[in-house]
Write a protein that binds this ligand. Sequence first.
Ligand code: SF4
Length: 274
Amino acid sequence: MKIIFINVKRALSRSGLPDLDYALNPYMGCYHGCIYCYARLYTWINEIRENWGEIVAVKKNLINVLEKEIKYFRKGVVGVGTITDPYQPVEAIYELTRRSIELLLRHGFHVSIQTKNTLILRDTDLLTKHRDNVDVGFTITSLNNKKSRLYEPRASPPSMRAYALKQLSIRGIDTWIFYGPVIPGYNDDLDTRTKIIELARETGSRILIDSIHVKKFMYNKNHPLHQLIPIIRNYPWKRFLSETIKLCREYNVECIPGFAEPSKKESTLDSFMH
Ligand code: SF4
């Protein structure tokens, strides 16, 4: 992996996602290299976009910029890692996520973190101390480590994500699971859904669900999801969603549908959850 360094003018940006006032992304690009990742579409450095997963930019002046912004920005909820994973491996070296979160929490912001990496456990002390102003979501598309490796090659195995989720939950931190994207033939089966719902029940987490959206990069014939485009378009999403919500109710788990029925056209959402 290649690491580059960039300067930014803004640390916090307005978020287009529900329940978030701001978004903060300490890095640009993501080493995890998930095959379905939409983040590349919101990445303005071509080199990173075209070599997704191979190049990560470290925002070297991020903390200085954030220190200035938090003095005059209205307090609110900051989504940490909306277009990159904030705990991808470079974070072990540069600690931009930890330092940003520390600053935000000290100044009365709420942080909502989403990750697929167990490196977040390094910050258990900080998250526990500020648990009233923190929520943590793990993306768990499947609990099958082998299958996940094909779709999320360099993220922590889902069994480890489940372990981390339990560790944070038992410390009283508000936790949630992002079950998305749901990809026909990969993680839409009953067994996968049941295991994710059981984990949510065990950890007192709510579940957010999102379906796969067809994106331009999938039209490339060599893309692993290319063959699925017609299947995604004709998939019975409404039925899938109502069955899943029913299953959640049986387990007494809160289940929140995101964008469960993808548009027939390419989605124009300007924010996403990874
Ligand atoms: S989906 Fe998330 S974890 Fe995966 S490559 Fe994209 S930003 Fe990283």
